[in-house]
Design a protein. Structure first.
Length: 89
């Protein structure tokens, strides 16, 4: 067999598993970054959630949480769809 063909098949065999792991790791990384933003006072969604909770601004707090949840959901669906689309043995 051709060496390039074997390498290509090996890459395709590993991609669905990697997409499955990323579907779990991406939301965890996103949540860690939100806490990092809030702790270091970097302007972003994490700081917005922290400020909204301190000022009891519940519509902003719930909207920010909903934005984060929808982002995590979209990333999860993307990676799980990618896993389904990619060829596997």
């Amino acid at each position: 067999m051709d060496r390039k063909k074997i390498a290509r098949q090996a890459k395709f065999a590993a991609l669905p598993r990697q997409a499955f792991y990323w579907s779990f790791l991406a939301p965890i990384i996103f949540i860690v970054l939100l806490f990092f933003e809030a702790k270091l006072q970097i302007h972003g969604l994490g700081n917005t959630i922290k400020t909204a909770s301190e000022l009891n601004d519940f519509p902003l707090f719930y909207g920010s949480i909903l934005c984060a949840f929808i982002f995590i959901l979209v990333v999860n669906v993307f990676f799980l769809t990618l896993r389904r689309i990619l060829p596997h043995k």
